[in-house]
Design a protein around this ligand. Structure first.
Ligand SMILES: Cc1ccc2c(c1)c1c3c(c(C)cc1n2CCCN)C(=O)NC3=O
Length: 274
């Protein structure tokens, strides 16, 4: 993989750690020459036959996908450095925190506020889906606010994203239990529809603060998902409009072909600009 042989340290001052994942650590950093701040994602390379670290092909796939997308609601990739033990992605920095934190603080949102976030999430996902890219890890932790007072959001973390071409069928047990679609649980082919299920879960949480399929353990959660066991509990949904529930119901459909697509959601009367 040939990238500028110049070192990351020569061009950036590394700041505090702001996140960590499977094989990656995310740190705030400052471009020395311009003072611009970025998020640096340090991905550990798999050495030899070991299992620690990410496979080079997966790192390359994440980079190719990030290079390929450019949208106001999707985080942008600024630079890449390839060192002996890690690959460093220099990413656009957002400082508003996770949508997850925002919901936790507010417990639940009004339908208008939820719609304002959802339109942006759907626009970002439409940009990916129009390029046949599935994010496959959509959840409130991977939706970041641009800054504290704005409602602008950006989708982050394309570590599990895949280019979906009709021929290849991707099956993989991935993503976070409470957000994954039935086809993930039953190890059937994944598709763009897999993201749409997750958007249903996110919408349910935005409106209620509760998670629709979450059980007392993973097995129970998976059973609730494959059997599509959920309800609009009056405790949380007594004031919710029928349109909002209809929007969610069109996404919690087991058959991927019948599940609402991103354009169906953008044109749904609950979402369509009034
Ligand atoms: C201010 C702040 C705080 C935590 C951040 C980020 C920014 C952040 C960012 C990114 C990623 C992949 C993870 C990030 N994390 C880790 C948590 C994400 N769920 C990113 O690509 N840009 C970010 O600003």
């Amino acid at each position: 993989m040939e990238f500028n042989q110049d070192t990351f340290e020569n061009n950036y001052d590394v700041g505090d750690e702001i996140g960590s994942g499977h094989f990656a650590v995310v740190k705030r950093c400052t471009h020395s020459a311009t003072g611009t701040q970025y998020a640096a994602k340090f991905i550990r390379k798999r050495r030899g036959g070991g299992r620690k670290g990410a496979k080079m092909e997966d790192i390359k796939k994440e980079i190719e996908i990030l290079k390929y997308i450019k949208h106001p609601n999707v985080i942008s990739l600024h630079d890449v450095y390839d060192t002996k033990n890690e690959v460093i992605l220099v990413l656009e920095l957002v400082s508003g925190g996770e949508l997850f934190e925002y919901i936790s603080e507010k417990d639940k949102l009004s339908e208008e506020e939820a719609c304002r976030f959802l339109v942006q999430i759907l626009e970002g996902v439409k940009h990916l889906h129009d390029k046949h890219i599935a994010h496959l890890d959509l959840k409130p932790e991977n939706i970041m606010l641009l800054n504290h007072n704005s409602q602008n959001i950006k989708l982050i973390d394309f570590g599990l994203a895949q280019k979906i071409d009709p021929k290849s069928d991707i099956r993989a047990m991935m993503g976070t239990a409470e957000f994954v679609a039935p086809e993930v649980v039953s190890y059937e082919p994944l598709s763009l529809a897999t993201d749409m299920w997750s958007i249903g879960v996110i919408t349910y949480i935005l409106l209620s603060g509760a998670s629709p399929f979450l059980g007392d353990n993973k097995q129970e959660t998976y059973h609730n998902i494959t059997a599509i066991i959920y309800e609009f509990d009056d405790e949380y949904f007594s004031g919710t409009s029928e349109l909002a529930k209809d929007f969610i119901q069109k996404l919690f459909v087991k058959d991927c072909r019948k599940r609402a697509k991103v354009d169906d959601c953008l044109n749904h009367p609950w979402i369509k600009p009034k």
